[in-house]
Design a protein around this ligand. Structure first.
Ligand code: FUB
Length: 324
């Protein structure tokens, strides 16, 4: 596959989470819409209200099926506003959707909704996950059958409101020379509905073994965590937010620490960048989004896919985004 391809040209979809279930590829995106809310650093303009599920069995040439609305903000008992990036994991034939949503106090929490099918519909639990906060959940099913949930996002994603899993009285970003705020990871409990442990920091180190600093915003974590394994190595990838890159770091276990390795995707048209990395039928793909079709409106994003290449040493070949 030489050129990137738009997957859902008829609608605005973003933040793809992608998995292979029963041999088919399932895409779980955010559903962007025009809300009329002015753009700001809190992300109020990302005022999404439902999720659709898409599937295909031919990423490069095949049709993409829209399975319709599978969860709506109106069905979530604790809902305030803003359904942001979700992910779905399968265990024992049931499908668990993890989604960030602001509660009625305008605090992001992570909820779970359950289905018997990867196509949904998903039925939400009555309450958010205990001890959950911030945004962008992404779940790894590890080879030993354990599941790990990664999450977190700065600025509008509210991660700066927490330290050691406790809410601060005043949100605070670290000084430039201090370690950057990390994403979080927790093993999921047997029933997939709660954390099995206190979330831990996902630390990213530089080549000298020092944590990346907050001032290193070309490399440090901002939002959109994703975890995949390639040749037994754990690849933690993420968006750098205000420098608009997708970067990655590698490690030898799901908790890290991870060592910074490089840039996967340079900036795209639009403010946010977000992704999933998946192997399907022997090839690796980067699913992501940009705002080209909407003429650069940052809150109206379109889903894309492009093939991803690894070098023999396990490094990823950088892909050029659309903002050149
Ligand atoms: O879609 C809203 C937010 O924008 C996501 O949660 C972030 O990752 C960014 O893509």
């Amino acid at each position: 596959m030489k050129e990137p391809k738009y997957l859902v040209p008829g609608d605005y979809m973003a933040d793809p989470a992608v998995h292979v279930f029963d041999g088919k590829l399932y895409i779980y995106p955010s559903h962007d819409r025009e809300s009329g809310i002015p753009e700001n650093d809190h992300g109020d303009h990302f005022d999404m209200r439902d999720y659709h599920v898409f599937s295909t069995d031919d990423v490069e040439n095949g049709p993409v099926t829209d399975h319709g609305v599978v969860l709506s903000v109106d069905d979530i008992p604790w809902a305030g506003r803003q359904l942001w990036d979700c992910d779905v994991a399968e265990k024992d034939g049931r499908y668990y959707m993890y989604f960030p949503l602001k509660d009625r106090n305008d605090i992001f929490r992570i909820g779970v909704a359950v289905s018997d099918s990867p196509e949904g519909p998903f039925v939400p639990q009555p309450d958010p996950m205990r001890g959950s906060y911030s945004i962008d959940p992404a779940v790894l099913k590890d080879d030993d059958g354990e599941y790990y949930i990664y999450f977190g996002g700065l600025w509008g994603g509210q991660l700066q409101r927490y330290r050691d899993n406790k809410a601060l009285e005043c949100p605070a970003l670290p000084a430039d020379h201090e370690p950057a705020l990390p994403a979080r990871v927790a093993r999921l409990g047997e029933n997939m509905l709660q954390f099995a442990e206190e979330p831990r920091p996902v630390v990213i180190l530089d080549d000298a073994g020092r944590p990346l600093t907050a001032g290193n915003n070309g490399r440090r974590f901002f939002e959109a965590p994703w975890m995949h394994k390639y040749n037994g190595v754990y690849y933690f990838s993420y968006s750098t937010g205000d420098t608009h890159r997708l970067c990655y770091a590698t490690g030898d276990n799901p908790y890290g620490p991870f060592t910074y390795r490089g840039v996967i995707l340079t900036p795209v048209v639009g403010w946010t960048t977000h992704h999933a990395i998946v192997e399907y039928r022997g090839k690796w793909y980067l699913f992501h989004h940009d705002s080209v079709p909407s003429g650069g409106r940052t809150w109206l994003r379109s889903l894309k896919v492009v093939e991803l290449e690894y070098r023999p040493d396990g490094s990823i070949v950088t892909i050029n985004g659309t903002d050149e």
